[in-house]
Write a protein that binds this ligand. Sequence first.
Ligand SMILES: Cc1cc2nc3c(=O)[nH]c(=O)nc-3n(C[C@H](O)[C@H](O)[C@H](O)COP(=O)(O)OP(=O)(O)OC[C@H]3O[C@@H](n4cnc5c(N)ncnc54)[C@H](O)[C@@H]3O)c2cc1C
Length: 389
Amino acid sequence: MSLDFNDTSIAYARMSDTDLKKAQFLFRLISSPKLVNAGKQLLNGLLRIHFPVDWAIKPTVYHQFVGGEELEHCSQIINLLSQYNVKSILDYSVEAIQDDDAINKVLNETLRSIRFAAKNPDIPFAVFKPSAFIQPQILDKIEHPETLSQDEHAQIEQFKNRIDILCHESASLGQPILIDAEHTWYQGLIDEIAEEMMLQYNKEHTIVYNTLQMYRIDRISFLQQQIQKAHENGYLLGLKFVRGAYMEKERDRARKYGYASPIHPDKASTDRAFNEALKISIENMDVTSIFCGTHNEESCLYLTQLMQERDINKNNNNIWFSQLYGMSDHISFNLAMNGYNVAKYIPYGPVKNVMPYLIRRAEENTSVAGQTSRELRLLQKEIERRKLR
Ligand SMILES: Cc1cc2nc3c(=O)[nH]c(=O)nc-3n(C[C@H](O)[C@H](O)[C@H](O)COP(=O)(O)OP(=O)(O)OC[C@H]3O[C@@H](n4cnc5c(N)ncnc54)[C@H](O)[C@@H]3O)c2cc1C
């Protein structure tokens, strides 16, 4: 069977006609930058004054991109996707937590999600966002360690401890876990911790995966160093590749503080770096495991070609493709139908917590040239196809 991302009958097999129309309506809405911007201002304002917004968000963007409020609420989606051999990754949504109590709650919830994943073969990875486990103001100061107080140093130790608790639990259950990447100004610390975790827990199996944002100019050389260290120290390297979601923020900050932007100057350079990273990783599969997180058709095809050239089985457990829930089903479902390992990233949590994620998705669908028009074109194609049956 040959891989054809345009086969909408496979991409949308699980969706009813009404589901398709709803998705089409939503993508039409978020294709307007003006509307998204106005909606964002309005929602932020309403959330600030604790005005309920669930009634507007739940049936629309939340329904499209989120699994549910609780871990258990995602079961129906997990089962449905699994019927098409698409697996799930449940991502507890939290952003910028301010106090220790809240941090500990997220820690417990993440532990629960690891155990939940370990019990379900349809959840191949657990995941967490490291910034959820430390107060954001400390991360903002991390580039200048001389400015940190003794108490703040102690909090960084506690932060490392929390990540160790998560990775330790994953390792003891044999449950692979992904560490998301965020902003460059504290990614150095995350990379350091991720490396320590791999050294400790990736001796026999690839349990811990760090994320490399390939829009960063320095990531190819970072990847090469990581591979060398894994070889030298005898551990396995879990690599999650993404392009990177914080380009504007990175560039704005670089401009504000007068340093060179860490981001590639244009999309083509990011694309080249992403594909180059896949190639380097495939060439080093004695130590690497690859998690390819992208909605880019060329990158997905390129990885399938690399696998074919090297006679790597489509369902080799050390190579995974992943897209976000609610987006690019044409890639996920067609890859899965062809026998590749595919998992959807499914965020879950209360509306308030998921809002920044939803706003990022809406903005991304507005700003990334072609992304929404592609979703709309494919949805339209499937609606037309069904009419002709
Ligand atoms: C499963 C999964 C997990 C993810 N996890 C993370 C994560 O942990 N951390 C994170 O930051 N993001 C994460 N993302 C989001 C990801 O980084 C991208 O923002 C998103 O996937 C869009 O990139 P793409 O490869 O899918 O598609 P494309 O549409 O091909 O690429 C868009 C991306 O290209 C880059 N780009 C666009 N214009 C330019 C330009 N002018 N110059 C340089 N680069 C440019 C940007 O990174 C932009 O997001 C994840 C995505 C997926 C699918």
